[in-house]
Design a protein around this ligand. Structure first.
Ligand code: ARG
Length: 566
């Protein structure tokens, strides 16, 4: 595909004798196409060229060598060059690429041979899998596929919270209240109720907390009966999560969670000690981080046990050995910002600077309702993910029954649309913002939603079906795609790989999600204004090919964000 930015940078470099790569990085895409297809901000060159930006702009325009085949026209507006590219070469290059790469359109192989380890989902077993974990699951799943699409080898790790005091609580709680719940028929629900009740009752009964501690200690010491109980709770919980993962189509390459590292802690503590990083502080052993404006990172608590950070360090070393990663990404809520800063800093101080610099915490905001209240924050009002997904599917079924009762595969479509809508809602806003959860918005087929994109996608498919063929590229007359709406759509398609790349650079799937909305809206404007199936065969062929290009782009992008990473 022609790289327009590179071509432009090349020509500006000929005039200014400045570095081509820098010049290419300065090139912008204007907010609307009236201002050109690309814009070049000349103030970036003012220092080097010792001239005022409007003068630089004029100089470049006067001296640049353009023959019209790539750059058609340049306007000077203030200190900017507004650059218009040749539309026919745009159309030609996009359509050729679509025809050549098909299902792979937009992908690349820049990540070839590199491992990206993505830590996501990571619910805490025996505690509810709540809506907050949805964000990690969905954002992590999208990143997994984004990196894959760029040629990286993605490794998805579900670092289960399968170790800790919560098991002491649940095991102790069950021994006390076994007969109060229906363990026989609803084991998972009963486990969760026990956990919630334990937390409430221990507030007035410190002896309960003591009991839970003892129970967990027994587990840590390997008491056979307790270990069996733990194994059973873990198994039941995982089976339960699997149902949710299946709905979301999430997959993981490893389920090594906290418990996996429990007996692998000694070497890391020993290494920290040998490197002179451990300090005594109020009975605990810590790595002092005062120099870096952070509180100390606790490695061994005053009770003599290891802790969340210790386990993360052990797992990091394990991931270095196993994957020699190029990137390690942690998709975890914003509230764990400090934890990850500390862990990455300790890794660096241990001498693994190279790997520490490859670690990134990818944080995200809360899920709130229309009024701004955190969902699931009220007591006893834990919202379960599986219930929400099933509710979405039911609601979509209701909509189908009302509007299109004879639809085939109703259940399958309701599942795709319902789950897709929830996932899209999660991904379409920048991840650090709180996500607003509002059914009317999520399921609005006309809004900026998953169902809207699916609707446009189905449109493209039915157009192609109606025509009964996909034209051959050789038969397409590029000059027939000259309307503004067609060009705008093609420009977006041209940008697809850039968008994926940008989403990866910023670990921000919303860039791709917004893009798909944009593309769908542009195409929708096109077919509202211009008939696709028409008498003139050459016009029809060109428009059908455009439809095919849109279909492929939505399909490729949609696959990345809609269905987890399966
Ligand atoms: N289980 C933790 C939680 O729900 C998240 C774990 C994230 N991953 C990690 N390597 N610390 O808060």
């Amino acid at each position: 595909m022609i790289n327009f930015k590179k071509e432009i940078a090349n020509k500006i470099a000929e005039v200014t004798k400045l570095n081509e790569v820098d010049l290419e990085n300065y090139i912008e895409i204007p907010p609307n196409s009236e201002l050109g297809d690309y814009a070049f901000p000349c103030f970036k060159l003012a220092k080097d060229l010792r001239k005022a930006p409007p003068m630089i702009a004029n100089d470049i325009k006067e001296n640049i060598n353009i023959d019209g085949s790539i750059i058609e026209k340049i306007d000077v507006v203030g200190g900017y060059l507004n650059i218009y590219i040749n539309k026919e070469s745009l159309v030609k290059t996009v359509l050729e690429e679509i025809s050549e790469k098909n299902e792979k359109y937009g992908s690349s192989n820049i990540g070839q041979g590199k491992n990206v380890v993505i830590d996501y989902s990571a619910p805490n077993i025996a505690k509810p899998f709540h809506i907050g974990h949805l964000r990690s699951t969905v954002i992590g799943g999208a990143l997994y596929k984004i990196y894959n699409f760029l040629g990286y080898n993605s490794v998805g790790i579900n670092y289960l919270g399968d170790w800790g005091l919560q098991f002491g609580k649940v095991i102790a709680g069950i021994s006390l209240w076994k007969d109060d719940y229906d363990f026989e028929n609803d084991e998972m629900g009963s486990i969760l109720k026990t956990y919630i009740r334990f937390n409430q009752e221990e507030k007035d009964k410190p002896e309960l907390t003591e009991m839970a501690r003892k129970c967990f200690k027994k587990l840590e010491d390997g008491d056979e009966e307790t270990v069996e109980k733990w194994k059973h709770i873990r198994k039941i919980s995982l089976e339960n999560y699997e149902k949710t993962y299946k709905l979301l189509n999430s997959k993981f390459d490893s389920y090594n969670g906290e418990s996996y590292y429990n007996d692998k802690m000694e070497p890391i503590v020993e290494e920290l000690k040998q490197k002179g990083l451990l300090k005594e502080s109020q009975g605990a052993k810590v790595v002092d981080l005062e120099e870096y404006n952070m509180p100390p990172c606790i490695i061994i608590t005053s009770a003599g046990t290891t802790i969340y950070a210790t386990r993360d360090l052990a797992s990091l070393k394990d991931r270095i050995n196993k994957y020699d990663f190029d990137k390690a990404i942690y998709v975890v809520g914003n509230e764990q910002q400090l934890h990850f800063k500390q862990v990455f800093k300790v890794l660096e101080l241990m001498g693994y600077e190279k790997y520490a610099s490859r670690c990134t915490h990818v944080p995200f905001g809360l899920v709130v309702d229309k009024t701004g209240e955190k969902i699931g924050s009220r007591k006893g009002n834990s919202v379960f993910l599986e219930d929400i997904l099933n509710e979405a599917i039911e609601k979509v079924k209701g909509i189908i029954d009302e509007k299109n009762p004879n639809l085939e595969d109703k259940d399958e479509i309701a599942r795709k649309v319902g789950v897709g809508a929830i996932i899209f809602n999660d991904l379409s806003n920048s991840r650090i913002k709180d996500e607003i959860f509002d059914w009317d918005m999520i399921l609005n087929f006309q809004g900026e939603t998953g169902p809207y994109i699916q609707y446009i996608y189905v449109r493209t498919r039915s157009l192609l079906n109606k025509a009964g063929y996909i034209p051959k590229l050789e038969e397409v007359d590029y000059t027939k795609l000259n309307e503004k709406e067609a060009i705008d759509t093609l420009k977006l398609i041209y940008n697809f790989n850039d968008i994926i790349q940008n989403a990866a650079d910023k670990n921000e799937p919303s860039i791709l999600a917004r893009y798909l909305i944009d593309l769908s809206q542009n195409f929708s404007t096109f077919y509202n204004e211009h008939k696709i199936i028409t008498e003139d065969k050459t016009v029809q062929d060109a428009r059908l090919f455009l439809t095919y290009a849109v279909r492929n782009s939505i399909k490729n992008g949609g696959r990345i964000i809609r269905y987890g990473n399966a």
